[in-house]
Design a binder for this molecule. Structure first.
Ligand SMILES: *[C@@H]1O[C@H](CO)[C@@H](O)[C@H](O)[C@H]1NC(C)=O
Ligand SMILES: *[C@@H]1O[C@H](CO)[C@@H](O)[C@H](O)[C@H]1NC(C)=O
Ligand SMILES: *[C@@H]1O[C@H](CO)[C@@H](O)[C@H](O)[C@H]1NC(C)=O
Length: 264
């Protein structure tokens, strides 16, 4: 290994801050006017408020809301919703709280008036890992004939291995579970290791661990004067499968579901 290559490898792994974002998508059968409030357990960061509209059956996506993943902060989402089609049952608040990790899963179920909620955590360009705190410079990587793999290490293109990436990865070596992909990875010691790149919903060295989904909770503001059997049925039946879930799994036994009626 020549020293220039070694220097380039070091450069490729230089660390700075972590860098990640939240991306939220929503779907509903109604015309909704909503505000999402993204706040964290850190008092140094003020909450982000984003107003948005939803039209029936159209996916509304809020892109790249910056968040901090590396300090283990708990994030809270609260979505305040005015239902413009059902004014008797407007003012619902949907909340979810979680510690963000890259690729975090959406809730398995959602509440009226939503039928789909997607909560994704992504890393900014050149940042990798569960906490988006592994830096890998793709330009430097390509100068040494490699690329940054899913773990933020230098690796070979998919299916290849070896210092010159000239050999094929044999299926029989691969110990990745749950459809994880076997990838080559050159750490700082420049020794090649086979590692697993896990699909959404799984983590662990061999993708053997299930990543938990987020749970959401809902509170409805209902005008008691207009509260009818139909409304009650609609609200009590309001927990439905999330149309936008990435991985389907059996529902957890404790669906958090609150019905609050304003006593105006
Ligand atoms: C946003 O959420 C935070 C934390 O729950 C709360 O303190 C703040 O008042 C909320 N902001 C608005 C405008 O609702
Ligand atoms: C939304 O889609 C559902 C299912 O595809 C359909 O039944 C419903 O009529 C649609 N609503 C509107 C307003 O297009
Ligand atoms: C919803 O909130 C708005 C503004 O806060 C209020 O004017 C309206 O009466 C509320 N509706 C219900 C059904 O509580």
């Amino acid at each position: 290994m020549n020293s220039l290559l070694y220097l380039l490898l070091l450069l490729a792994f230089q660390r700075a801050e972590s860098s990640g974002y939240l991306e939220l998508s929503f779907k509903s059968d109604f015309n909704l006017k909503a505000v999402v409030n993204v706040s964290s357990s850190s008092e140094d960061v003020s909450p982000t408020l984003i107003p948005f509209h939803i039209s029936p059956n159209k996916t509304e996506t809020l892109h790249k809301i910056p968040i901090n993943l590396k300090d283990g902060l708990t994030y809270q989402l609260s979505i305040f919703v005015i239902n413009q089609d059902r004014l008797d049952i407007d003012n619902s608040t949907v909340t979810a709280s979680f510690v963000p990790k890259q690729g975090i899963l959406s809730p398995l179920t959602v509440m009226f008036p939503f039928k789909g909620i997607k909560i994704n955590v992504g890393c900014d360009k050149q940042w990798f890992g569960e906490k988006c705190d592994v830096f890998c410079c793709s330009e430097t990587a390509s100068r040494v004939g490699k690329e940054c793999n899913a773990l933020g290490q230098l690796g070979c293109p998919e299916g290849k291995r070896g210092l010159d990436c000239g050999q094929k990865i044999a299926k029989t070596w691969c110990k990745c579970k749950n459809q994880g992909k076997c990838i080559s990875s050159f750490g700082k010691n420049l020794r090649e290791k086979m590692q697993c790149a896990c699909p959404v919903g799984f983590s662990g060295a061999h993708c053997e661990k299930e990543v938990p989904t987020i749970e959401v909770m809902s509170t409805y503001g209902v005008d008691p004067k207009k509260f009818e059997i139909g409304t009650a049925k609609m609200l009590y039946d309001s927990v439905i499968d999330n149309e936008m879930v990435e991985v389907s799994r059996p529902h957890s036994s404790h669906l958090l579901h609150n019905l609050k009626i304003n006593d105006a």
